[in-house]
Design a binder for this molecule. Structure first.
Ligand SMILES: Cc1cc2nc3c(=O)[nH]c(=O)nc-3n(C[C@H](O)[C@H](O)[C@H](O)COP(=O)(O)OP(=O)(O)OC[C@H]3O[C@@H](n4cnc5c(N)ncnc54)[C@H](O)[C@@H]3O)c2cc1C
Length: 312
């Protein structure tokens, strides 16, 4: 695996302008370059839909290896996700990964969503549990006719059709779990048929290194894409710590606070930090970087341009 970051635009499998035939797991098994993927959330109104379209238009020429669309934790907004995925499938040549959670939905409802993905030609699903309203620390309760965890969701999806399934991983340990339980869950999800993992947002390369070491020692060989999101405003510092489940490293906080008076500098510093983290992760052997875009393309494009710069 080379650690430099050639753009996916260089990938021969993407040059002919049609959706790739091999699935993402097959691609990652032989890719001699890191992959790059982006995540969107479903828009809630026309203006947000317009913004999402613009972002996709700006990112599609960079040929991400896939784009994914998040799913409301309790399924209540599932039509928004399905509509957004349908739109992307219809208007682009991109490989699309539909997210699916099993919180507050019966098995029958979950099967309907999997079938809906299949009918629109989406054959990649990120199978995650979802959280209770109130967040990941609120004790999780299964639906009375539903599933108990993401492992069972992977099984359900695999039983429903020929889907390539991804799952969640946590370099900073899931807030309701332990390092051992996290790896046991990943091992179970691999046994259930998952073929790749994508991490939660994190900022310490050591967290990724140690997750990978624990996984490999336990026999879990899933490729783990590193989830990345740059800090673009000072207000996000605490928000991101909450999301990642770990404090922001002090040197990173200090670098951002040093330019707090200048929003452009905050944004540029956030992109620098994210690009540096990306480089470290690729050097550690991360097979790809996955960008949580918040439906905007600017930060992702800025970071990619830094990663592509010759003087790394
Ligand atoms: C990349 C990424 C994308 C995400 N996208 C979304 C999204 O679109 N929508 C959304 O609502 N949330 C999303 N989330 C958040 C996710 O729903 C939460 O982090 C949730 O708290 C955990 O999900 P999980 O799939 O890791 O759960 P699980 O893998 O089910 O783990 C939850 C608990 O169940 C246990 N467990 C798992 N399998 C087993 C088993 N076989 N036997 C016994 N115990 C088991 C685990 O140890 C753990 O304690 C995403 C997270 C990531 C990292």
């Amino acid at each position: 695996m080379q650690t430099s970051f050639p753009p996916s635009a260089m990938a021969p499998e993407c040059r002919n302008g049609s959706r790739p035939e091999e699935n993402f797991a097959q691609l990652i098994a032989h890719a001699e370059r890191p992959t790059f993927s982006v995540e969107f959330f479903p828009p809630r109104d026309d203006a947000a839909a317009e913004a999402l379209h613009r972002s996709i238009e700006q990112l599609e020429p960079m040929r991400p290896d896939f784009v994914s669309v998040t799913y409301g934790a309790n399924g209540s907004k599932r039509d928004r996700t399905l509509n957004a995925v349908r739109d992307i499938v219809a208007s682009t040549e991109l490989r699309v990964v539909g997210h699916l959670t099993c919180t507050a939905q019966s098995t029958a409802q979950l099967e309907q969503v999997v079938d809906a993905y299949g009918e629109m030609g989406v054959d990649h699903i990120l199978a995650i549990r979802g959280d209770m309203p109130g967040g990941p620390l609120v004790p999780w309760e299964p639906h009375p006719q539903g599933l108990r965890n993401a492992t069972e969701l992977v099984q359900l999806v695999k039983a429903r059709g020929k889907f390539c399934v991804g799952v969640a991983a946590f370099p900073d340990i899931h807030p309701g779990s332990t390092p051992e339980d996290d790896v046991a869950a990943l091992l179970a999800k691999q046994a259930a048929g998952a073929e790749f993992a994508v991490t939660q947002l994190f900022f310490r390369p050591d967290g990724y290194r140690s997750l990978l070491a624990r996984m490999r020692e336990a026999g879990c060989m899933l490729p783990v894409l590193a989830g990345m999101m740059p800090v673009t405003t000072i207000r996000q510092l605490d928000k991101f710590a909450e999301l990642s489940g770990a404090p922001i490293p002090e040197p990173m906080r200090e670098r951002l606070l040093a330019v707090a008076g200048d929003p452009d500098q905050v944004r540029a510093t956030g992109a620098d930090i994210c690009a540096e983290l990306g480089c470290s992760l690729l050097d550690l052997g991360a097979p790809g970087l996955h960008f949580f875009t918040q439906n905007r393309s600017v930060a992702t494009r800025e970071i990619l341009s830094r990663l592509l710069a010759p003087a790394r």
